[in-house]
Write a protein that binds this ligand. Sequence first.
Ligand code: NAD
Ligand code: ZN
Length: 392
Amino acid sequence: MKAIVWQGANRVGVETVPDPTLLLPTDAIVRVTSTAICGSDLHLLDGVIPSMEKGDILGHEFMGEVVEVGRDVRRLKVGDRVVVPFNISCGVCDPCRRGLFSACDNSNPNHRMAEALYGGVSGGGLFGYSHMYGGYAGGQAQYVRVPFADVGPHKIESDLRDEQVLFLTDIFPTGYQAAEQCGIVPGRDVVAVFGAGPVGQFAARSAQMLGAAHVIVIDRVPERLAMAEAAGCQVINYEQEDVLVALRESTGGRGPDHVIDAVGMEAHGHGPGALVDTAKQRLKLSFDRITALRWALLSCAKGGTVSLPGVYGGLIDKVPMGAAFAKGLTFKMGQTHTHRHIAPLLSRIEAGEIDPSFVITHRASLDDAPELYKTFRDKQGGCIKVVLNPWA
Ligand code: NAD
Ligand code: ZN
């Protein structure tokens, strides 16, 4: 089959690789009909996540048709159309039972690898996301093996198009969880979202769905700000305005009640400036790149929540903890517990509350993916979200 594989820092390619097979009785094989490139893939692309191996298949946002099931799979059958959460979860361990699906104890045999590489412990397994997260082959491919097939995949039984449900695999739940965990008081609270990438777009719209009185989105890319503005958000271009002053002025001096950091540790984006030689330099660079996190902590109103869907790893230096302490802020962060959001968010899509396809700017085949990784990384040509058809 055809797949997108990691070939080294800043090199992805299309290769012909063996088709996946069932390895465990609880596995299914899915024929991928749509898959997407995520901001999280950029951390792999530039080599910031240090446990990729050449030939690893990328991709964690995908959906498709079940073509084979292991003998212990009960809920799925061949022919089912499914969206698959980017996290792999067993469904029965203590974290899974508590709804903390991304912290599954049983899906990542390598979870201690992060300790040596990165100064932490990584959570459960992820599709297409390095050996630190289990080394599972990803879904930017024609077929993918899906472990714990009775737990993750969610059947789509309505006639919604792939593009309307694909983002239930990650960025819609991620943006939604980021907003939900702020505890927004409907009709009262102002929410600021740093980063108008795909995650920021869904965080902003989710804050609106949850009743935020006003949503302010901060970025520097005009097309991304325009997309947020079209949804009724106020926007701030941080290259043109002093962000902290603008946020204070927009909130009667108190600051946004909650702040979402949908940027993560490469706060100045990827692109040529991000290219450095060694893993050590890369980590050093990432420590210097937490502007959005600093702005979030400095701007947030007293008693507010700073919610971090943006990815952080390793050690982060020069965090204004004094401001956070003085204002009594709450931090919420982590990988999204995608499984628990799929059914309720699918209901919202079916009810016409939101059509997630608004975020798509580029549609392409797997053959075009290597070029589009760069277009997406460099935010060229108005690129916000790329969807790939593995059979085109
Ligand atoms: P993206 O790279 O397309 O978007 C990031 C945006 O942040 C860009 O538009 C960039 O211009 C903007 N930006 C950079 N520095 C900024 C600053 N200082 N202030 C304001 N904006 C700034 O990525 P994405 O797909 O939207 O993902 C965003 C983050 O969310 C990434 O870190 C990604 O890994 C993470 N993510 C986390 C989860 C999770 O489970 N928590 C899931 C998916 C993605
Ligand atoms: Zn993703």
